[in-house]
Design a binder for this molecule. Structure first.
Ligand code: ARG
Length: 472
């Protein structure tokens, strides 16, 4: 078969007798999305070429031409001058072909002793490792903002909720530190993910390793991996790190979505607990009075797509036999979109949440209306010797009276309260205040403002010790 029946660009046409179907060419191409990996691909290729030279497979002149050529290609890509071709399938072959066009035969030797299978597995790991560094830095910034807000609002009293019914008063700062704790666990999950993914597949070649003398320790050191992979079959087919990253991202987004939900409720005039800065809200094209918490709503909405990507990646892997299968090309779009979405959502909240303006009077009024100190009255009776269950029933009756007469417990006269239990004395009013209720919960993990301040100190110390920089 003469050459003109084949698409001339492809690098693997030797055994084929007809050109790839046009649709198939477009259908199987990934360069339009995996070009995002160009930096990692070039970095990996340079390390590979240096290693092949040290092992006597390439000459120094070939290595120098490759390193220089790849550097020039990187500049071309960054200047937008590189011509990407779907006929060359993916980022790897686009770059390799361009290298050969520029430097000739040395370019054709670059792929000695490797496969796109170990190449792409290495590229994605390098990419994700860098992405996690950025995500962790953004997480840290958000955590710092929450701790500052908690410090400012340690004495601000809000009703705490269970079942979205007023339960007991809590410090608004305590609530912000609850969000902070969620993010501490998220930090740990991304840290774990980065540690586990930092294993180098390069050298596994297509699936079985290579017959060339290679020095994997050398490429490993140059690329900053902790160790080379121990099994070539596993290394080219493993995408656990992608699933793990998507899982950590999904849990993080679930947290952000819960925060979003609370902010949306609190910003509603029916709650009126907070005011969100205008620069993070939008108006309505028809209702002039509206100020909508769109940023929070979009974060809540974005959570859905990240959860979707996790399910997509799990499903992508579940039926695959060892070793590499082309299915794996489908890992990139969900992964890239997860990175972008997580980064944007964190940025939005790191900017917006610390700028929340609280409305302490509204929060206090809501706490009073909801009988938030009822448990404090029951505890008071218990301290005076009343069994807890009896105390519960006594306070229940007092609350019913409060509901009927439209009064909080703290607004009732002593005589009225004594009507429910003559154990009650004048000192009861100390425990019926919202401030008294908070101050009483003065133990490790409790909501007393002085405990909140201690937790703020602990958090500040922990944040100062969290490395902002990872390996990249
Ligand atoms: N674009 C491919 C991917 O992302 C690269 C590996 C292709 N390997 C192959 N043997 N076709 O997975």
């Amino acid at each position: 078969m003469s050459d003109d029946t084949k698409t001339s660009q492809q690098l693997w046409t030797g055994r084929f007798t007809e050109a790839t179907d046009r649709f198939v060419e477009a259908f199987t191409a990934s360069e339009h999305f995996d070009r995002r990996l160009y930096r990692q691909d070039i970095r990996g290729s340079i390390a590979h070429a240096r290693m092949l030279t040290a092992c006597g497979v390439l000459t120094e002149a070939e290595r120098d031409a490759i390193v220089r050529g790849l550097g020039e290609i990187q500049a071309e890509i960054e200047q937008g001058a590189f011509e990407w071709s779907p006929a060359l399938e993916d980022v790897h072959m686009n770059i390799e072909k361009r290298l050969t066009d520029r430097i000739g035969d040395a370019g054709k030797k670059l792929h000695t002793g490797r496969s796109r299978n170990d190449q792409v597995a290495t590229d994605i790991r390098l990419y994700l490792r860098e992405a996690i560094v950025e995500i962790r830095a953004e997480l840290l910034r958000f955590q710092q903002g929450l701790v500052d807000l908690a410090d400012r609002e340690a004495d601000t009293i809000m009703p705490g909720f269970t079942h979205l019914q007023v339960a007991q008063p809590v410090s608004f700062g305590h609530h912000m530190l609850a969000w902070y704790e969620m993010l501490v666990r998220d930090q740990g999950r991304f840290e774990d993910c980065a540690a586990r993914l930092n294993v180098m597949p390069l050298g596994s070649a297509a699936l079985a390793g290579t017959s060339f003398p290679i020095d994997r320790a050398m490429t490993c050191a140059e690329l900053g991996f902790d160790r080379p992979s121990d099994n070539s079959l596993d290394a080219v087919s493993d995408r656990d790190f992608a699933m793990e990253f998507a899982a950590a991202s999904s849990i993080l987004l679930t947290h952000l979505s819960r925060m979003a939900e609370e902010m949306i409720l609190w910003a509603s005039p029916m709650f009126d607990f907070i005011d969100l800065p205008d620069r993070f809200c939008t108006g309505s094209s028809i209702m002039p009075q509206k100020k909508n918490p769109d940023v929070a709503e979009i974060v809540r909405g974005k959570t859905a797509r990240v959860h979707g990507h996790l399910v997509g990646l799990l499903t992508l892997m579940k039926g695959q036999p060892l070793a590499y299968n082309r299915d794996n090309q489908e890992d990139k779009e969900p992964l890239f979109d997860t990175v972008d979405t997580v980064r944007d959502c964190l940025r939005a909240f790191a900017d917006m949440v610390p700028a929340i303006h609280t409305r302490p009077e509204s929060m206090k009024a809501a706490a009073r209306k909801g009988f938030a100190t009822a448990t404090d009255l029951a505890d008071y009776l218990v301290r005076k010797g009343v069994p807890f269950r009896d105390a519960h029933a006594i306070v229940g009756a007092a609350v019913r009276h409060g509901v009927e007469t439209g009064r909080d417990l703290a607004d009732m006269e002593l005589e009225t309260l004594r009507g429910f239990s003559n154990t009650i004395e004048a000192d009861v009013f100390e425990v019926l205040t919202l401030e008294g209720s908070l101050a009483a919960r003065d133990h490790h993990g409790g909501t007393a403002p002085n405990q909140v301040r201690q937790q703020v100190q602990k958090a500040r110390k922990r944040l100062a010790e969290t490395p902002a920089e990872g390996r990249s």
